[in-house]
Write a protein that binds this ligand. Structure first.
Ligand SMILES: [Fe+2]
Length: 160
């Protein structure tokens, strides 16, 4: 396939940066919070961690929430939703619950919590359905509806 246009990832998405093929989990993890490294390179490393798919990579991405860049933190929340690993849930709850966090990050954390599909997270999402910021409250509604939809699907698969 031609490299003149970005490729579709293993997650079916066209990402803003192609995964890096040099480095390892520790190097990629450290780079996420290093403001000296250009954002494009940090994004490449972020997608390398996502594509690795292990628990270790997932936790390395969660560590990246210490980054000073709201854009990067938003992207982290998005890929954690794509990975669907419940190990990230406590970190996503923390981002959603932090009222000082950027709205874009809180919104993406809520949607990622829905995408992970773990019903145990419902009460947190219900709580933030009343957030004063519509970007946050609407994202929580969407996430809860997705969890409802998953529950119905599961019921149909077992009973119909
Ligand atoms: Fe978003």
């Amino acid at each position: 396939m031609s490299d003149r246009i970005p490729r579709v990832s293993q997650y079916g998405s066209v990402d803003p940066a192609p995964p890096s093929n040099i480095g390892d989990i520790e190097i990629w993890k450290k780079s996420l919070i290093d403001d000296e490294i250009p954002m494009f390179q940090r994004m490449r490393n972020l997608f390398s961690l996502r594509n690795d798919g292990s628990d270790e990579s997932c936790l390395a991405l969660c560590h990246g929430f210490k980054s000073s860049s709201a854009l990067l933190r938003h992207e982290l929340a998005y890929v954690l939703g794509q990975m669907q690993n419940p190990i990230a849930l406590p970190h996503l709850v923390e981002r959603l619950s932090d009222v000082k966090e950027h709205i874009m990050v809180r919104h993406e954390a809520a949607e990622a919590m829905g995408a992970i599909g773990d019903q145990s997270i419902r009460s947190v999402l219900q709580e933030f359905c009343y957030d004063e910021n519509p970007e946050v409250s609407e994202s929580c509604e969407v996430a809860l509806d997705l969890l409802d939809w998953c529950k119905t699907k599961e019921w149909e698969e077992n009973n119909l």
